[in-house]
Design a protein around this ligand. Structure first.
Ligand code: SAM
Length: 218
């Protein structure tokens, strides 16, 4: 993901009605920011250019979605796609936040989120950076503070080392592993209804198998 500063990105986000600003203000009241507040909320952390979450929002009008991305220059690409592509013109069940996921518990209250998607998260290969990985035990502790009691995390990656690390962290965090596969696209059960991300298209196109796990807090 290119992280260069894009002129105008911050202004575009500031003016956009679906980009939530001062996000800590909404802690405990996120459901009310949607037209259908009775629906569950699913979030994607590190949504990148947005293909995955925009597709889910279009396909599942009875779920509310929040896309989280740390860099305004990257979120801008997702917003441009959402704003300019005719296929999203009737989609009203999505919001966006430009923030670092480290601050999730300051933004969402306990039980506010029903599902978290992590797709092709940055691997942070150096051991001393392990706690920055979005599937580290430290991040599962943050997810514990915002998920509903049977809330789940779904994680996809092509990075085998990160995947094996993540499986260990699920156990260390005391979560239940509901499902795993080392070859998502050839898994008859887990591949059903799979929505591809930009990175997934790129890496599977290069012949890399895609790994996926689903973990539930208990
Ligand atoms: N999910 C997309 C995909 O699969 O195509 C993008 C994957 S890209 C490798 C990872 C994205 O996560 C980047 O856009 C990065 O800026 C974002 N990201 C990484 N750490 C983050 C954090 N702590 N909080 C929010 N976003 C983060």
């Amino acid at each position: 993901m290119r992280l260069r500063n894009v002129p105008g990105a911050d202004a575009y986000l500031t003016a956009h009605p679906l980009v939530i600003k001062n996000e800590t203000r909404y802690r405990g009241t996120w459901k009310e920011t949607f037209q259908n507040p009775e629906n569950p909320i699913h979030i994607e952390i590190g949504m990148g250019k947005g293909q995955f979450l925009l597709t889910l929002a279009k396909e599942n009008p009875s779920i509310n979605y929040i896309g989280i991305e740390r860099y305004s220059s990257v979120l801008l690409r997702a917003l441009e796609r959402f704003d300019n592509d005719e296929e999203y013109k009737d989609v009203n069940n999505i919001r966006f936040i430009c923030m670092d996921a480290t601050n999730l518990p300051e933004v969402f209250a306990v039980g506010e989120i029903d599902k978290i998607y992590l797709n092709f998260s940055d691997p942070w290969p150096k051991a001393r950076h392990a706690k920055r990985r979005l599937t580290s035990k430290q991040f599962f502790e943050r997810y514990d503070k915002i998920l509903a009691f049977d809330g789940v995390v779904e994680f996809k990656t092509d990075n085998r080392e990160l995947f094996d690390f993540s499986l260990e962290q699920v156990e260390l965090a005391g979560w239940v592993l509901l499902a795993k596969t080392y070859d998502l696209h050839n898994d008859p059960t887990l591949s059903r209804g799979n929505v591809m991300t930009e990175y997934e298209e790129k890496f599977s196109g290069q012949g890399h198998p895609i790994h996926k796990l689903i973990a539930m807090r208990q």
